[in-house]
Design a protein around this ligand. Structure first.
Ligand SMILES: NC(=O)c1ccc[n+]([C@@H]2O[C@H](COP(=O)([O-])OP(=O)(O)OC[C@H]3O[C@@H](n4cnc5c(N)ncnc54)[C@H](O)[C@@H]3O)[C@@H](O)[C@H]2O)c1
Length: 357
């Protein structure tokens, strides 16, 4: 089996999740990394046996890097993808693909023109409950799927770039409903296009910190009239919420990927317990094997497996672009107070296959 060298761009919260998600993928390891701050870069390199380099371009140019994984703040996704493509490297990028659909379309165009492998890192569609939910829907056990509902929330992002409108491109809606939108597409079937979107959003709690919406709701209507709702929050106390519900004519399926089989009452903090937990003492719900629970292990296995086999991964930049077009329409709807049509992305064939190296 051909070994795969990963270039990790970003060594913060999701960079660590992506790296841990790779630990079960055979013959694959992070060989080079970059992030802001030499100390943090070096600490990451020491922990994971990588080499800390001093720029995005240095990682993408490194001969040991086959696949670049973009785990950077939203405003750096395009630059990172352009650099990877310029060096003929395969590239995988976290959600949201772009700050808006224009940026995401530029990223898709860039990888298609360079002929490099590309993957959209949307973990939610890879968690075990979501996979089982999709299998049950596809089996016909709940009849025709009519509606799908996503509730995602926490008490607010951990890093400044999320709160900055220019750097992030959007607030709670872009940050969190990007997961729900892709989960809905995967459940209804990606061949069913989204027709239009209705959305509300407002800054209800964090106005001193951001101009972005901290709570939002969007209704996504598919071309055949069926609908999905995403209800998101950056002011929900009590830890991460990530719940998804599928309703069919003959049944319903409910999942809560954050519900942990473990609970503990602790008087002293035990260290990291899970993403965005709001309490470190009292009754706590530590998440065992979090990268498995959130779908990162299965996602990384799919991405590296697809790269090795020369096939498209389950999630490509086209999926990321479609999510951005849905979210863009939702932001237009927030302003207009009306349903807004979702523009169809240019239907260019998705480039597949391994790196051109
Ligand atoms: N799939 C998920 O569930 C999930 C969860 C969290 C974040 N994300 C995505 O991952 C990306 C990064 O988020 P994160 O939570 O890892 O952020 P983070 O702040 O924890 O880490 C950001 C990384 O980028 C580096 N960096 C380089 N230039 C920077 C700059 N100008 N400002 C800030 N950091 C800079 C930092 O050094 C750090 O290594 C975002 O696009 C976010 O949407 C996805």
């Amino acid at each position: 089996m051909r070994s795969v060298g990963i270039g990790m761009l970003g060594s913060g919260f999701i960079g660590e999740f992506h790296t841990l998600g790779l630990r079960h993928v055979p013959d694959t390891r992070v060989v080079a990394n970059w992030g802001a701050g030499a100390d943090r870069r070096e600490a990451f390199a020491t922990r994971f046996g990588s080499r800390a380099l001093d720029s995005i371009d240095a990682v993408c140019a490194d001969p040991a890097v086959d696949l670049v994984v973009v785990s950077l703040p939203n405003h750096l996704h395009l630059e990172a993808v352009q650099s990877a493509a310029a060096h003929g490297k395969a590239v995988a990028c976290t959600k949201p693909l772009g700050r808006n659909a224009r940026e995401a379309a530029a990223m898709l165009r860039t990888v298609e023109e360079a002929g490099v492998f590309h993957a959209y890192l949307e973990n939610v569609v890879f968690n075990a409950e979501m996979i089982r939910m999709r299998e049950i829907v596809e089996s016909g056990a709940i009849g025709r799927l009519t509606t799908f509902r996503a509730r995602e929330g926490h008490s607010g992002p951990h890093a400044a770039h999320f709160w900055d409108a220019e750097l992030a491109g959007g607030g709670a809606l872009l940050d969190m409903a990007s997961h729900g939108a892709e989960a809905a597409r995967s459940m209804f079937g990606k061949d069913v296009a989204v027709r239009d979107v209705f959305a509300w959003g407002d800054t209800l709690v964090h106005g001193e910190r951001t101009s972005l919406e901290d709570n939002a709701v969007m209704i996504v209507r598919f071309e055949d009239g069926r609908a999905a709702t995403m209800d998101v929050s950056w002011s929900s106390k009590g830890g991460l919420e990530s719940r998804f519900e599928a309703y069919g004519e003959g049944g319903r399926i409910v999942q809560d990927i954050i519900s942990s089989p473990l609970r503990a009452f602790i008087e002293r903090p035990a260290g990291y317990l899970g993403e965005k937990v709001d309490a470190d003492t009292g009754w706590v719900y530590p998440v065992p094997n979090e990268t498995y629970a959130h779908g990162h292990d299965a996602m990384m296995a799919d991405v590296v497996g697809a790269f090795r086999d020369g096939r498209p991964p389950q999630e490509t930049f086209l999926d990321g672009l479609i999510v951005n077009t849905i979210i863009d329409a939702a932001y237009r709807s927030m302003k207009s107070g009306r349903w807004e049509a979702v523009e169809r992305p240019v239907a260019t064939p998705v480039a597949v296959g391994g790196s051109t190296r």
